[in-house]
Design a protein around this ligand. Structure first.
Ligand code: GLN
Length: 232
C-alpha cells in the first residue's frame, strides 16, 4: 500500500520540461502525459497532484515514496523493471542522435570521434552514450534537463546530443530550432507509467484499465493528435 496516497490523492512525478509530454503554460501543466494521466485518474476515480522534477530524481522519488507514480516520457527497460512496475506501453519513442542543421560532419555514430555529446542525466540516452563512449571515442557532457542540453548544442559547446525521437521532432516542428536528427533511431523504446515494484498492483491495474478505456473510446488518439500531427 503506497503511503502518500492518503485521501485518495496520488502524487505524480513528471519531468520538469519535456514537451510534448509535459510542460507548463502560464503555470498550468500541459502535454500528452499530463492529459493522459488526468483522464486515467478521472476514469478510475482517483485524484492526482503533479510534482515536476529533474528526470534523474524520479526513480529515487518513487523509491522514497515522495511520489506514487511517474509519467515522464519514461522508457520501459529491463534494468528499471528490477525496481519498478510499468503499465502497458503507451507510446513508441526511441532514441535519436541530434546535431545542428548546418553540421555536415556527423552522419553516423562513427563520426563522433573526439566530439562532445550532451545527454540528460538518468535517461536511457545518457546510458546509451556512456555505454558506447569508448567504442566511438566521444566525450559525454551531462545536463539536468532537456532545455539545458539543447542550449549546449546551440551555444556550440556540444557537437551533438541524444534525445527521444518524438521530443526532438516536436521541438523542431514547433520552435523552428535549427536542429536535425541523424540516421535511424538508435532503438525502439516505449514509454510506460511507472510505480514502485511489487507494492502497487491495485493502482497499476487501475492505470492499465484507464489506459485501455482511453484507447477504446478515442480519447487517447484525441490527446496525442492535439500535440502531434501525423504520428508515425
Ligand atoms: N525516455 C527517456 C528515458 O526514459 C528519457 C525520458 C526523459 O527525458 N523524460 O530515460
Amino acid at each position: 500500500e503506497s503511503g502518500s496516497a492518503e485521501q485518495g490523492v496520488y502524487t505524480v512525478g513528471i519531468d520538469t520540461s519535456y514537451p510534448p509530454f509535459e510542460f507548463q503554460v502560464g503555470g498550468e501543466y500541459q502535454g500528452i502525459d499530463v492529459e493522459l494521466i488526468k483522464a486515467i485518474a478521472e476514469s478510475q476515480g482517483f485524484e492526482i497532484q503533479f510534482r515536476p522534477m529533474d528526470f534523474v530524481g524520479i526513480i529515487p522519488a518513487l523509491e522514497e515514496g515522495t511520489i506514487d507514480l511517474a509519467i515522464a516520457g519514461m522508457s520501459i527497460t529491463d534494468e528499471r523493471k528490477e525496481i519498478l512496475d510499468f503499465s502497458e506501453p503507451y507510446f513508441d519513442a526511441g532514441l535519436t542522435l541530434v546535431t545542428s542543421q548546418d553540421n555536415s560532419e556527423i552522419e553516423t555514430l562513427e563520426d563522433l570521434d573526439g566530439k562532445i555529446i550532451a545527454v540528460k542525466s538518468g535517461t536511457t540516452g545518457s546510458k546509451f552514450a556512456g555505454e558506447n563512449r569508448e567504442k566511438y571515442g566521444y566525450r559525454v557532457a551531462y545536463f539536468e534537463d532537456s532545455p539545458s542540453m539543447f542550449l549546449e548544442l546551440a551555444n556550440g559547446h556540444a557537437d551533438a546530443f541524444i534525445e527521444d525521437y518524438p521530443v526532438i521532432a516536436y521541438a523542431i516542428s514547433k520552435r523552428d530550432l535549427e536542429l536535425k536528427t541523424v540516421g535511424e533511431r538508435l532503438n525502439d523504446e516505449k514509454y510506460g507509467i511507472a510505480v514502485l515494484k511489487g507494492q502497487n498492483d491495485e493502482l497499476l491495474g487501475q492505470i492499465n484499465e484507464g489506459l485501455q478505456l482511453l484507447r477504446d473510446d478515442g480519447t487517447y488518439d484525441e490527446i496525442v493528435n492535439k500535440y502531434i500531427k501525423n504520428q508515425g
